[in-house]
Write a protein that binds this ligand. Structure first.
Ligand code: BEZ
Length: 305
């Protein structure tokens, strides 16, 4: 059985007609019918009930169709990923979520560049889900994100857990009372700005789950488009938000950042690569990241590409 047989069968199954499938495949109808017959003979199963108009799949045909489209999608993925791999010697394409850009990503890129002065480095802001798609489609070679999406062709490494902090307006009662830390319970009756509104699931859902896991419910929260909107509204004294610790230098004239009491509230920094991609560029990128972690005194667990 060859991929061609699967492609032909899928076309007939979807068009429900040999004629229309042949048109879609730019071949004539007799060879198409012959190929489907050959396929049925090889597996000794009738896949198409030819007595019906439009054509209908047999039960075994439905089963075969569901698996055939998965195999075809996998072969497309493999093609895109291999093409990207073949072109990756003189360029690397990096996807990142915006909150990571305010932290140490610029430092990592600058250090990485010193190892490969002639390399073309493409940076693309993509959310964690788009990074998964970008890796599969061969549009990026590595992604730095904060959410763990599952995909069999992608390998995810949690580089470290970054502490979360609460952004409060400088004239908020927490600050007037001289609080040096807060807990999630303190936030349940505060007005919170959570971001980003789309696509979901996003950091909003991650934060709400932190409350739910502790049987707490946020009474007042507003979903806002992005982090900067949330911080702007905090600066205006309209409420509070939760951000990763590396962002606590933003708007610090108007906003104070308080750590959580238990220090246990964190957001993972996730590096995603294509499974089995063991390129030198990725190894260097990871080494550089660990060098900077050591210099910054961050806690982390070492992974290998
Ligand atoms: C980090 O903050 O841990 C990080 C940011 C960007 C790339 C890699 C790691």
């Amino acid at each position: 059985m060859e991929l061609r047989h699967l492609r032909y069968f899928v076309a007939v199954a979807e068009e429900k007609s040999f004629n229309k499938a042949a048109e879609r495949l730019f071949i004539s109808q007799p060879p198409l019918s012959r190929q489907i017959r050959q396929l049925e003979e090889e597996i000794n199963v009738t896949l198409i009930d030819r007595d019906n108009r439009p054509l209908k799949l047999t039960e075994a045909g439905e089963f075969f169709y569901d698996h055939a489209i998965q195999i075809l999608a996998k072969s497309e993925k493999l093609k895109a990923m291999t093409m990207r791999k073949a072109n990756s010697d003189n360029s690397i394409s990096i996807g990142f979520v915006s909150s990571i850009l305010y932290g140490i990503l610029p430092k990592i890129i600058a250090r990485f560049r010193t190892f490969y002065p002639n390399l073309e480095i493409k940076l693309q802001e993509l959310n964690s889900w788009q990074q998964t798609q970008g890796l599969v489609d061969g549009k990026i070679d590595v992604g730095f994100g904060r959410l763990l999406f599952e995909d069999a062709s992608i390998r995810r490494m949690v580089l470290r857990q970054e502490s979360l902090v609460v952004a409060v307006p400088i004239n908020h009662t927490f600050i007037k009372e001289g609080r040096t830390s807060v807990n999630l319970m303190d936030l349940t009756s505060e007005s919170l700005f959570l971001y980003p509104t789309s696509p979901r699931p996003s950091f909003i859902d991650y934060v709400l789950e932190l409350f739910e896991a502790r049987n707490l419910k946020v009474k007042y929260f507003t979903e806002v488009r992005e982090l900067h909107v949330a911080l702007g509204l905090v600066a205006a004294g309209e409420g509070l938000t939760i951000v990763p610790k590396t962002l606590e230098h933003l708007r610090n004239q108007e906003v104070s950042y308080l750590p959580f009491e238990d220090g246990l509230l964190t957001s993972p920094i996730v590096m995603s690569v294509r499974h089995f991609d063991k390129s030198e560029l990725l190894k260097t990128l990871l080494d550089v990241t660990y060098q900077i972690y050591d210099e910054e005194g961050f806690d982390y667990k070492r992974e290998e590409v």
